[in-house]
Write a protein that binds this ligand. Structure first.
Ligand code: GLA
Length: 431
């Protein structure tokens, strides 16, 4: 796999203004020069196709957006980590040579857990950490990032900063495994590698493909038939994010791990029926065996398995549609994925389903589904570039009519966002 050259997004995230705020805050905490502050820019992600199949070794698609987390940092003089947050109160202090242990009670997860989790992951993989960081981390103010992989973005930001000050040079694939270790081992969430793969690999203009069984990525370039009608190099669509007003902290939730368990139970039953005793994940089940044996599954497990096998087919079809520049078909597959998440995977909630249905009716929307785990958080849509604002206004007004109370709690300019696809996470060295 040859990674495409990075930095192609026309969205210019983060702006100089955003970077300077972070630099100034770090300089105030460290007493140093703002120009010396380094910044990790870690974008949020969307997954157009491949919902809830990463933890079963499936194939997922991903891209980043032009919003995310910024972590400004300087190396500390010794092993101490000192952190402040733009969204949460307090100062966190600990040492990178303190031995970190996994969190036992997920109710105890706080914003500082991700920094400790990054140290845990590096320690656990045998990396020698001598230097800490003095840092300031910030998401976008007033922005509810649930559904956009904010926890992976924060975890990766700390990994990249700690690696930077300790002169560790790791590949994106190494960092995907380290982030997996933060989420699975330190925080106890049984998720797959969709989020870190998206954040560490995505490049504007490409759909990132990750085979979660082999952890091998590939890229598909968007080939668009009427290129001459587009401003140079720009993709002909935008991403709409519509926020439900129901916040979500995935690592603290039980629903996600319950579904993973059900998928594994379905895999166990199907593998057993074909005389195989492999560790149960659905990727190990041959699709032919699934078709022949699915009648043995009880109703819930049958739905989870149907979601997995139908989503794998949508991913393959979606890759071809994207490569042809066929956004109509790509969008229809995204909406079908959304439907399967509701009917077969049974995530979402009344409000999220309302939002999904409103998006499907919005002008210029080509496809919509829940973003991320989908129990709460936001829905995403792919929308024709020229109709994005019109679609955003329609969705904002309709959802407000459906859920006035919930919507009143979301800042007016953060209810429906029009975004651009972005690039991968990176360290910006100097002002
Ligand atoms: C969350 C998890 C991912 C993935 C998605 C659903 O974002 O962190 O690993 O399972 O849900 O596709």
């Amino acid at each position: 796999m040859v990674a495409p050259a990075g930095g192609g997004s026309p969205s210019r995230w983060p702006s100089e203004e955003e970077l300077n705020i972070v630099r100034k805050n770090v300089a105030e905490i460290s007493g140093g020069d703002a120009r010396e502050v380094r910044v990790v820019a870690c974008p949020y992600r969307i997954c157009p196709l491949g919902a809830h199949i990463d933890h079963q070794g499936g194939i997922v698609t991903a891209m980043t957006i032009n919003y995310g987390v910024l972590l400004g940092f300087v190396p500390s003089d010794d092993a101490e980590v000192v952190l402040q947050s733009g969204q949460f109160k307090g100062v966190t202090r600990f040492r990178v040579d303190d031995l970190q242990k996994p969190i036992e009670n997920r109710g105890n997860i706080t914003w500082e857990s991700y920094a400790r989790g990054a140290v845990y992951a590096l320690q656990n993989s045998g990396y020698d950490l001598r230097k800490g960081i003095i840092g300031y981390i910030s998401g976008v103010n007033g922005f509810d990032s649930s559904g956009l992989s904010s926890s992976a973005a924060v975890g990766i930001a700390y990994l990249l900063a700690l690696e930077n000050v300790n002169d560790l040079v790791l590949s994106p694939v190494d960092n995907i495994q380290l982030d997996k270790s933060i989420e699975n081992k330190y925080l106890g969430l049984e998720n797959g590698i969709l989020d870190p793969s998206a954040i560490l690999l995505s490049q504007y203009g490409y759909l990132t493909f990750m085979d979660c069984k082999t952890a091998s990525p590939s890229y598909v370039y968007f080939s668009e038939p009427s290129k001459s009608q587009q401003p140079q190099g720009r993709l002909p669509f935008k991403i709409l994010l519509a926020f439900s007003g129901l916040q979500h902290n995935l690592p603290k939730s039980r629903g996600y791990n319950m579904r993973v368990f059900e998928c594994k139970e379905a895999a166990r039953a199907l593998l057993c029926a074909s005389g195989c005793e492999d560790a149960p994940i659905l990727r190990k089940v041959d699709p032919g065996v699934y078709e022949a044996q699915k009648c043995i599954l009880d109703e819930n497990l049958a739905r989870r398995a149907e979601h997995y096998f139908s989503e794998m087919k949508r991913v393959v079809k979606g890759r071809d549609a994207w490569a042809r520049g066929d956004l109509q078909e790509f969008g229809q597959l995204i909406s079908a994925s959304g439907g399967s998440s509701i009917v077969n995977y049974e995530c979402g909630s009344k409000e999220m389903i309302q939002l999904y249905e409103i998006l499907l009716k919005a002008p210029g929307v080509l496809g919509a589904r829940f973003s991320g785990a989908g129990f709460r958080g936001c829905c995403l849509a792919i929308v024709e570039s020229g109709r994005a604002e019109e679609a955003a206004a329609y969705v904002g007004a309709e959802y407000e009519r459906a859920q006035p109370e919930l919507v009143s709690k979301i800042p007016a300019d953060r209810r429906v966002l029009v975004c651009e696809p972005g690039d991968s996470a990176r360290v910006i060295l100097h002002a």
